[in-house]
Write a protein that binds this ligand. Structure first.
Ligand code: SF4
Ligand code: SF4
Length: 140
């Protein structure tokens, strides 16, 4: 007991090394790899993320434009984000909130218009219909 007394006295005055979690939550680091998000409007359903994912927690249905993600199997490595050619995947700097039941994220996208179809869509607003905006890299 006498041996411990100096330690106890010192611990009463020095700065604490731990936090009172969850009352006190630490700010995430700038480059933390948190919740994975897909900006489905920009996804081209190429399937690259599915092929590259080491945990096989992604599934892409190219025909029906469906992107499925299992966050419980994800290891948040960021490989899919780095390999996505459309740059529609990103990771938030916050971790996904805990859940009580297993969940799967399923996102439905729209088939990409190509060539002449896209040109027709761009001409369409002249007829008065306010269609969805088409992402044009460097377009005007
Ligand atoms: S790699 Fe990107 S663009 Fe391709 S299917 Fe995955 S999320 Fe969509
Ligand atoms: S972050 Fe890694 S484990 Fe998670 S979906 Fe992307 S590639 Fe798969």
């Amino acid at each position: 007991m006498f041996k411990m007394t100096p330690n106890i006295m010192r611990n009463l005055v020095v700065r604490k090394s731990t936090r009172r979690y969850p009352a006190e939550v630490r700010e995430p680091f700038a480059k933390v790899r948190g919740e994975l998000v897909n900006d489905i409007e920009r996804c081209i359903f190429c399937g690259t993320c599915e092929i590259k994912c080491p945990s096989q927690c992604l599934a892409v249905d190219k025909k029906s434009c469906v992107w499925v993600y299992d966050p419980m199997a994800c290891v948040y490595c960021g490989v899919c984000v780095d390999s996505c050619p459309a740059k529609c995947l990103y990771q938030k700097t916050q971790y996904r909130a805990p859940v009580c039941e297993r969940l799967t994220i399923r996102m439905q996208g729209q088939p990409r218009k190509k060539g002449k179809e896209k040109e027709k869509t761009q001409e369409a607003p002249a007829a008065g219909a306010g269609g969805p905006e088409v992402d044009e890299p460097g377009g005007s």
